[in-house]
Design a protein around this ligand. Structure first.
Ligand code: KIV
Ligand code: NA
Length: 274
């Protein structure tokens, strides 16, 4: 049975930490679910790790729909959240159109939007329309050209604003909140002040859960490994080694062998050549 919003909220109440992970295709979704991940994010980070862009800004709603539907074709257990990409929720009308596509065509259970009080009208309308919304505060990569890619809310004024934004998002009806690259002590306070689950990334151990990017966690992609990521494996190195062995095997005639080949009766071949 699929995980629910009610259940992740219960996890917070019971002090059970939530491990969220990104997934962008069927293979990663299957592996993540077999490993027991309760919440998956089809993040617009796919712009960097899947599509080769430098930022999340070029990611389109079509990209998000395609990757979400790939995940949803195989996903059976996790609560799956999909990111609304840059400029796809600038107005209330845009937000409605974009969330409709991501849920109906992408098939995700909820959407995530970056921003605080400024996007409360969009969030309210979505929630009123039956769309579960996850918020995202702190280092919001879609506005990186305004805020930079550094730790956010280190100063009192910004920390206070972040806390107010978190409360505004909760009041607007978001069911959970992602908190990216903010001081651990502040993230812990936010997690205590709101009743919805706070899922941190680079926000310390005081959050109700953590979210990580698939490629960072598995050591799959090292063009840009953020400081907050822990590599639980070196899958990229393992892949490279396997591919190199394959290339060498082909070059020296060691692949394929009889085991990988089909056979036919020799008389049939002879008859064909007569
Ligand atoms: O796109 C993403 O992967 C995200 C997480 C880092 C929160 O938004
Ligand atoms: Na994102």
């Amino acid at each position: 049975m699929r995980n629910t919003i009610a259940n992740v909220q219960k996890m917070k109440q019971q002090g059970e930490r939530i491990a969220m992970l990104t997934a962008y295709d069927c293979a990663s979704a299957l592996i993540a679910e077999r490993a027991g991940v309760p919440m998956l994010l089809v993040g617009d980070s796919l712009g960097m790790v899947m599509l080769g862009y430098d930022t999340t800004l070029p990611v389109t709603l079509d990209d998000m729909v395609r990757h979400s539907s790939a995940v949803m074709r195989v996903s059976q257990q996790a609560l799956v959240v999909g990111d609304l990409p840059f400029m796809s929720y600038a107005t209330v009308e845009d937000a409605v159109t974009s969330a409709r596509r991501l849920m109906q065509e992408g098939g995700v259970q909820a959407v995530k939007l970056e921003g605080g009080s400024a996007i409360v009208p969009q969030i309210r309308r979505l929630v009123e329309s039956g769309v579960p919304v996850m918020g995202h505060l702190g280092l919001t990569p879609q506005s990186q050209h305004q805020i930079g890619l550094r730790v956010q809310a280190k100063r009192a004024v910004e920390a206070r604003r972040l806390l107010e934004d978190a409360l505004a998002l909760e009041a607007a009806g978001t069911f959970a909140l992602a908190l990216e690259v903010v001081p651990a002590s502040l993230a812990e306070v936010v997690s205590k002040r709101v009743s919805i689950p706070v899922i941190g990334i680079g926000a310390g151990a005081g959050c109700d859960g953590q979210v990580q990017v698939w490629h960072d966690l598995l050591g799959l992609f090292d063009r840009k490994t953020p400081r907050h990521a822990k590599r639980y494996a070196e899958i990229g190195t393992a892949m490279e080694k396997a591919v190199r062995t394959y290339v060498e095997d082909v070059q020296r005639g060691a692949f394929p062998t009889a085991a990988q080949s089909a056979i036919m009766d020799e008389t049939e071949l002879k008859a064909a050549l007569d």
